[in-house]
Ligand binder design. Sequence first.
Ligand SMILES: C[S@@+](CC[C@H](N)C(=O)[O-])C[C@H]1O[C@@H](n2cnc3c(N)ncnc32)[C@H](O)[C@@H]1O
Length: 237
Amino acid sequence: MKFDDVRKIVEGVPYLGIDEGWELYHFVLNHRPERCLELGHAHGVSSLYIAAGLDEIGGGHLDTVDLIGSANRDPNVETLLDQAGLQSYVSVHREKNSYTWFLKKQIERQTRNGACTPCYDFCFIDGPKNWTIDGLAFFLVDKLMRERGWILFDDYKWTHGKHPEREQTDGITIRSLSDEEINEPHIEAIFRLLVMQHPAYGNFEVQDDWWAWAQKTAGAGQELKKTRMAYHLRDDG
Ligand SMILES: C[S@@+](CC[C@H](N)C(=O)[O-])C[C@H]1O[C@@H](n2cnc3c(N)ncnc32)[C@H](O)[C@@H]1O
């Protein structure tokens, strides 16, 4: 499915913006990941861009995970996938408490004789932006990531302090957090302290201070590149 066709279907639906949609779609076209994982789909806008890219390259699959409540969103991910005719590319999973439990089950499914066989080439992490949950999610996802696979974090600079409307997330009452936890971007801390220090990751790139990429490369290319999203730079855009 072409980029402009999927863009029209998701127009006005939260949350992913058009620049990010462009990046996600073209990432799939350029890197041709066979198996993708998405942690946090909300209405399914990002899921649709990934699925449209898979359709365009003629194959691949996306596992997308959210909380049970995402089924009640209007529209929900299934509705958008139906509209686009992309259902066959996506398995929708929902957990009562957290995607970390889905990851536990996936590690179990991939484990034989005490070793976990990696199965994903791409993982997009766009959930609670919380040190405890997403820090753990990184280490769990790592067990499932194939060599040369990419992890992408959304919300690099997101802080609780800049979103006072959000009283609670994942059973955590925001006002019960320390000032440091409220004011520091958790995803940036996870990326800087866990991902960039992990010996298996390299080719780090932060786009617009919002998206952070890392590749499982046994550490090649440890420099951190700072770049911009591309859609708004297009001549024909
Ligand atoms: C910003 S939205 C995702 C947006 C979506 N990726 C897009 O671009 O359109 C974040 C989602 O993460 C989900 N979420 C938050 N914490 C979660 C958790 N621990 N486990 C599973 N999903 C979670 C929320 O329910 C919400 O739908």
